[in-house]
Design a protein around this ligand. Structure first.
Ligand SMILES: *Cc1c(COP(=O)(O)O)cnc(C)c1O
Length: 479
């Protein structure tokens, strides 16, 4: 076939575009990506992804291979999560979809509840906020313990008791994304169980690590289906199972608990739509890739990888705690580390200084009583680089301290705190994006090379304004 561009030309343009992204491999990107450091596993995953890219999970009877692989993955996960014989599972496109489905299922299993609500700790992943928003389930957020960052089971039980007639779901994390700590699952389960309410454990990021840490006596247990009252668990394979993006597992304790997750419609002239997930047509690629990688790495491989990442996270946390101006928010329960800084060291300047040194670390803004912090997701491939990481961190802290804190113009700070985003029009947002340093050429927006001034301003803004500004930014970015 003749086209305007040759295959080689397009392939090299793809590569050239990728060069501007964060690296997905090599262990220097400590958020968004997960690297086992095992090249054969990656290659296998890519091959499976390509081989199954055009298959369609819309109809499992038409592509029985996909059903087989889904059942195999669920079967692999069940003993890891101490699931009973009755447990069932679904492969979804990611953690968010697993969580959306858990919330939607809880809501739809309780049609008698007119104003459904869920009780969650403030550290629950924002995917639950999205679920609340999409499905009209009120989110009752309960502050976590400000010292341990763990959910407060007594406060959650009280919230549950206050709204017992309409709470359809309780959720907690194993571990939380922001601080990497496992919530007190047995205590929360007892409260949920006492009210006969479903309890979802969000193990999106810990579900493929904790089972192996448990074997080494390193996990805060029990946290999974071993706890009576845990009714569902989400565990992402595209995180610590090191599979290509687009795969998570959602397990329910019984088929009855899952039933409302399924959707069927025969009320149109086409095929009867019958879905277990939110997507209808869905590529079998990510599922096949996950099946291949999980089969290849297997129980032993994951045991080693979990231990490597965990030990790396512990070493990183211990090293960071030794650096002046830094505090480790909580001893890591799994493979995530959150680091806070003192007033002399600006968190956002520090993350820029790390990027200059070739490390991506993720800034997290202040929230409630919780200070801003750096989030570090430690992959197996990062573990051997921890000494080098700590050297860079020490130098970056010195640089940030020397630079001094980012000063947000006091007037701008006052304005940010007083603005009601619901009253702002498009022109006002254009002006604000300019003030925030996000203006590009000709009314467009651009990502600046130094994020610290932007982050410092956003950090000073209340969450509702942060959300509105970032939505306005995304809107313009995608015009
Ligand atoms: C990653 C994550 C999610 C959301 O998953 P996505 O795959 O990004 O949609 C939910 N909860 C926790 C704890 C996570 O780490």
């Amino acid at each position: 076939m003749t086209t305007e561009h040759t295959v080689d030309d397009i392939a090299s343009r793809l590569l050239a575009m990728r060069a501007g992204d964060l690296p997905t491999h090599g262990g220097r990107t400590l958020a968004y990506v997960y690297d086992s450091g095992i090249a054969e596993a990656d290659a296998l995953g890519r091959e499976a992804l390509a081989a199954y890219g055009a298959t369609n999970g819309l109809d499992p009877t038409a592509f029985p291979s996909l059903l087989t692989m889904e059942r195999d993955l669920v079967a692999f996960a069940r003993p890891l999560l101490h699931a009973p014989e009755t447990a069932v599972g679904t492969v979804t496109s990611g953690g968010t979809e697993s969580i959306l489905l858990a919330v939607q299922t809880a809501r739809d299993a309780n049609p008698q509840v007119a104003r459904p609500a869920m009780v969650v700790p403030t550290t629950i992943h924002a995917a639950f906020h999205k679920a609340a928003h999409y499905f009209g389930v009120e989110r009752i957020s309960v502050p976590v313990d400000p010292v341990t960052f763990r959910a407060d089971p007594a406060a959650m039980a009280a919230a549950l008791a206050d709204h017992a007639d309409r709470v359809v779901l309780v959720a907690a994390s194993a571990p939380s994304y922001a601080h990497g700590v496992v919530d007190p699952i047995p205590e929360i389960a007892a409260a949920a169980g006492a009210h006969g309410v479903r309890f979802h454990v969000d193990a999106c990021i810990g579900g493929w690590v904790l089972p192996w840490l448990e074997r080494d006596g390193l996990a805060p247990t029990p946290w999974d289906f071993a706890v009576d009252g845990v009714t569902s668990i989400s565990a992402d394979l595209h995180k610590y199972a090191y599979t290509p993006k687009g795969v998570s597992l959602l397990l329910h304790r019984t088929p009855a608990l899952r039933r409302a997750q399924f959707f069927a419609s025969a009320d149109w002239p086409g095929y009867t739509m019958l879905n277990a997930t939110m997507q209808s047509t869905k590529s079998g690629g990510p599922l096949a890739a996950a099946w291949a990688v999980v089969t290849y790495l297997g129980d032993e491989g994951y045991h080693r990888l979990a231990r490597t990442a965990h030990d790396g996270a512990r070493a990183l946390a211990a090293g960071a705690a030794d650096i002046d101006h830094l505090t480790v928010a909580a001893e890591p329960d799994t493979t995530l580390v959150a680091v806070t800084t003192d007033d002399a060291c600006d968190v956002f300047t520090l993350s820029d200084a790390m990027l200059d040194r070739g490390w991506f670390v993720q800034p997290q803004m202040a929230y409630d009583a919780l200070p801003p912090s750096l989030h570090l997701t430690v992959s197996a491939a990062t573990a051997p680089l921890v000494p080098e990481f700590l050297e860079s961190l020490r130098a970056a802290v010195a640089e940030a301290v020397a630079a001094g804190p980012v000063v947000v113009d006091p007037q701008l700070r006052a304005a940010a705190q007083a603005l009601d985003p619901t009253t702002l029009d498009d022109a006002a947002f254009d002006g604000l994006l300019g003030l925030a340093g996000l203006a590009g050429d000709g009314g467009s927006v651009a990502v600046p090379s130094r994020m610290a001034p932007v982050n410092a301003l956003l950090d000073a803004a209340p969450p509702a304004l942060r959300e509105a500004l970032l939505v306005a930014f995304l809107d313009r970015l995608t015009r």
